[in-house]
Design a protein around this ligand. Structure first.
Ligand SMILES: *Cc1c(COP(=O)(O)O)cnc(C)c1O
Length: 423
């Protein structure tokens, strides 16, 4: 008889999904859709780092919350800022009436964890990181080339919520819920529609598809944010994918270590490390995000052998300078996150105030390459509108040919010739 998952299983209980994953099927007894908004019991957490400024913020805005509660990721989600008037207590939210209108007309919800709000409070409403999560009237301006699903992901789903664009890897959209809603989110069309966990049953078709397509050797679990799913359900998903023999690596795309570091409990890490080789792509935007809390979360993951990469969206007024990107990339390297991608900001509706010219991205790469460790230099890519995939862009280091020589330019702008005869 199939073992059923216990509904009131504690996060610290031994995982019960292991038996089932041998059968390579999602047990249909676990349909229960988890609603992150519903108040549930706060369990004690083994996360216990609160930096000084964040502690001051807690004492000021959540005096009734204990340290234990603050360090619980569920408490953080349940007490997140989702209302403009509540947020305005923390930072100066301009034109709150307009924003109320905005929330009705566009509906990309407001959601900021108390932890992340504590970083905004320190910096003020015009700070780089506030711009990324606090709604703005500028979101109402829809510009040339913008569309709700710019990467045409919906047309590349062989089954719902599984994007198969490249020959050997697929992207599994595991949930519509995120712990923070970035104003420039490329999947805003999806989180706008769903805003919740799909439940485990929704993954069955994707897992069947991967199992039936042996060319898939790399599965990226994204969303929404997969690390907002509880340990039990997440393990069900990861173990089911791991049980497919031709899947070589599993990646998880997440912003949780940056905006909700409390989620990176020892139990989560202990569970994840059973499914190596596992990679984590962490969405990170600005050096101000690299706090002691984040360093702790990331250290736990790295110590468990999980390979950490970063993804950063290039955003005007946020991180669009060589200095800021350099500081960010070097800070990431120090906490063992290998910079992976800088993305040109995808043209979702109402995002033009975030977009820089492509020349800015090239200037940043040029300002990094040669000046700091090569390990600290990500690829700058445009995810081609219409679904062409990620296209890398490089400054003009290759300058053409002169007879049997190629002409190349170094990081200082000096020209060199390399003998490369045409055969
Ligand atoms: C980004 C992406 C991938 C992964 O691309 P890599 O360059 O291998 O990191 C896979 N599928 C889709 C649909 C993507 O958008």
């Amino acid at each position: 008889m199939k073992k059923e998952l216990k509904e009131n299983q504690n996060d610290s209980d031994p995982p019960s999904a292991i038996e089932e994953h041998k059968e390579e099927t999602i047990p249909l007894t676990t349909v229960a859709e988890e609603k992150p908004f519903v108040k549930s019991e706060i369990k004690t957490s083994d996360f216990n780092i609160i930096s000084k400024e964040t502690e001051d913020f807690r004492a000021r805005f959540f005096p009734q919350a204990s340290e234990k509660q603050w360090n619980s990721w569920r408490w953080q989600i349940q007490n997140s800022y989702t209302q403009f008037n509540k947020l305005s207590e923390v930072i100066d939210v301009k034109n709150i009436d307009d924003l109320a209108f905005l929330s009705k007309s566009r509906k990309l919800p407001l959601r900021i964890t108390p932890y992340y709000a504590s970083l905004l409070d320190k910096q003020g409403s015009d700070s780089p990181i506030a711009k990324t999560v606090v709604p703005s009237k500028l979101e109402l301006i829809v510009s040339e080339g913008e569309e709700s699903d710019p990467l045409h992901e919906d047309s590349m789903c062989p089954v719902p919520n599984l994007v198969h664009r490249y020959p050997d890897r697929t992207l599994l959209l595991s949930t519509g819920f995120c712990s923070v809603y970035c104003r420039y989110c490329t999947r805003s069309h999806m989180v706008l529609k769903d805003k919740k966990h799909f439940g485990t049953k929704a993954w069955s078709d994707s897992i069947d598809y991967i199992r039936n397509n042996p060319e898939v050797r790399d599965v990226i679990i994204s969303g929404g944010d997969p690390l907002t799913i509880n340990d039990k359900h997440l393990e069900l998903l990861v173990s089911s994918i791991r049980a497919i023999p031709h899947v070589e690596i599993i990646r998880i795309g997440t912003k949780v270590p940056i905006v909700l570091p409390q989620r990176i409990t020892k139990n989560l890490v202990k569970m994840l490390k059973k499914y190596h080789p596992l990679y984590l792509s962490i969405h990170v935007t600005h050096p101000d995000e690299i706090t002691p809390e984040v360093a702790e979360a990331v250290t736990r993951l790295a110590d468990a052998g999980i390979v950490l990469g970063s993804q950063t969206v290039l955003l005007k007024g946020v991180n669009d300078s060589v200095e800021v990107m350099k500081e960010l990339m070097l800070k990431l390297l120090k906490i063992r996150i290998r910079p992976y991608y800088i993305y040109q900001c995808d043209p979702i509706p109402g995002s033009s105030h975030f977009r820089t010219p492509v020349s800015k991205g090239l200037e940043i790469i040029q300002g990094l390459r040669g000046f700091i460790s090569g390990y600290a230099i990500p690829h700058y890519v445009i995810d081609a509108p219409g679904g062409g995939g990620k296209i890398p862009l490089l400054p003009e280091y290759y300058q053409g040919r002169e007879g049997d020589y190629v002409l190349i330019k170094n990081f200082e702008g000096k020209q060199y010739k390399y003998y490369d005869p045409i055969l």
